[in-house]
Design a protein around this ligand. Sequence first.
Ligand code: PLP
Length: 388
Amino acid sequence: MYSDLTEQLNVREKDGLKRHRQILQGPQATHVTIAGREYLAFCSNDYLGLASHPQLIQSACEGAQRYGVGAGASHLINGHSLAHHELEEMLAGFTGFPKALFFSTGYMANMGVVTALMGRGDAIFADKLNHASLNDAALLSRAKLIRFPHLDLNVLEQRLTVSKARRKLVITDAVFSMDGDIAPIQQLLALCEQHQAMLLLDDAHGFGVLGKQGRGCLSASDDIDLHSPNIIYMATLGKAAGVFGAFVAAQSEVIETLIQTARSYIYTTATPPLLSHALLTSLKLIAQDEWRREKLVQHIAQLKQGLQSLPWELSPSMTPIQPLLIGESGAAVRISHALREQGILVPAIRPPTVPQGTARLRITLSAAHHQEDIERLTTALKKLAQSH
Ligand SMILES: *Cc1c(COP(=O)(O)O)cnc(C)c1O
């Protein structure tokens, strides 16, 4: 077995696909320290700049004083604390659903929802560019997995029409993690209602960022009926919310079913309550600090303006995920390395994570960035484009 593993690892290395972890020597922020050197970073999902916010740090400490550091048991035994419960009630109210359930991670939330609701004889309809956790969940559920081309609602409609499955579930990223584009939620919902299908929205990158007070993709437009019983809303709390965890918000019957049967909820230790306690503060800041979302809008405009004349195109994204399409993998990696030498971190994303020929620099912006930070990045990229 070991020679097998070594051989596979060597192939990865040779193909330039071996991944390495960089060691952060301090908090997640727009300026991070790696191997003693400071870098300006455009790669975190800390969109609102909350991951090392003093008020959240203080809440985490207070939570530790009040609840200790470990939950000590799963939620259904006796690990479900007041902090978890308060957070769930606040999340349900904030997103406008009757109930919410807190999970340890977004990966586990997706696993839990899809496997609890779907099984043999059911059908899952999934966008081709969905997050890996949704695909894994669909496979594990044993339902039939039917994937449709990215955002192609005509194909989705055809597939829904011919399906004879008992239960139907459409699953989609609300904001696509590698492209930053937004799913047409209203049209998806209309299709689901028409075909008696449920719609699972993964708003990992929209929660806190989109909509009124950062309530997410469903509050981004006034004319969507948020309270459609067909919607199951999922979002993570380790990205814009700056802490850790995830939640599912839906009708009471769905949430109760998850509590009873979602294996990734039942068979795992509850997250430390101190994190839920910190998340209560995070939710307050998300709702109240409109300036963070305004800052993001300014940064996005500045980046688009600054990169206008480049030979590479920025995707038409209105979210803090701003991919710069390079095309060829080698070129994307070279540009990423060149930026790194100048002290700027922007990851190159290559196939198979993204389709062939669409290697890109995935620039992510944060409200904690300053105007000068964006300018430093655009200037560096322009220089690299000239010498490219
Ligand atoms: C990050 C992410 C997840 C997983 O969430 P974690 O809390 O990091 O496990 C799920 N779906 C999407 C679209 C994501 O981007």
